[in-house]
Write a protein that binds this ligand. Sequence first.
Ligand code: 13P
Length: 254
Amino acid sequence: MRKPLIAGNWKMNTKLEEAENLVRAMLAELDSIESVEKVLCPPFISLAAVKGLIKDTSIKLGAQNMYFEDKGAYTGEISPPMLIGLCDFVILGHSERRQYFAETDELINKKVKKALESGLTPILCVGESPEENEAGRTEEKITMQINAGLAGISPTSQLIIAYEPIWAIGTGKAATGKQANATISLIRGILANLWNKETAKAVRILYGGSVTSSNIDEFISEPDIDGALVGGASLKADEFVGIVRQTSDLKSTR
Ligand code: 13P
């Protein structure tokens, strides 16, 4: 059984105090929902404070990025040993990192390897652009990103994949549940080819892109979708709690 997971990617939002207030506003309710794994991914500078607030709760913490070296002259970067003890998860290869910071599949592959070696659970993001989608090249793009991102990595279910079509991110135009499930089941097929069927079945795969408390049901009721990576709606306490609560209600009645 794959435990459903809802992760909030706060992106470059919230100053320290805002981050603390946001966590306080949803802490008790989130903690009380046990059948879903809840992961908050605030900006680096708020990780320690959020860690303090969620101590002794069932809420987990993730980083939004990291570098693949342990330490050294890499101005501005954050290393895996800095995250260990603070975070359990790390988002890698988000389309915004690929687009604005020129991250390549090769770099992302190094980060995924390093995260796994360090005991962090990578949330590897993949997704096609609007142009690729319109040209019918979704499968080709996703296959390439998964094979390159996981090259040289042994089969493991200590990895999460997030399918985030770029055309659905921050646009309010989410994929349909059926569309997302079709691509996610394709991703399971790619994992089965690259690794094996058993691991492909065990890996949790999330949908991301304009997920809200109004459309989460559509995704969660699909068989291959194990949760969501939520951007904008994770910055509103009632929205995020609503998404987690509906996930819990739906998955437990399946
Ligand atoms: P939105 O939920 O704001 O569309 O963002 C999705 C996303 O990029 C999560 O990583």
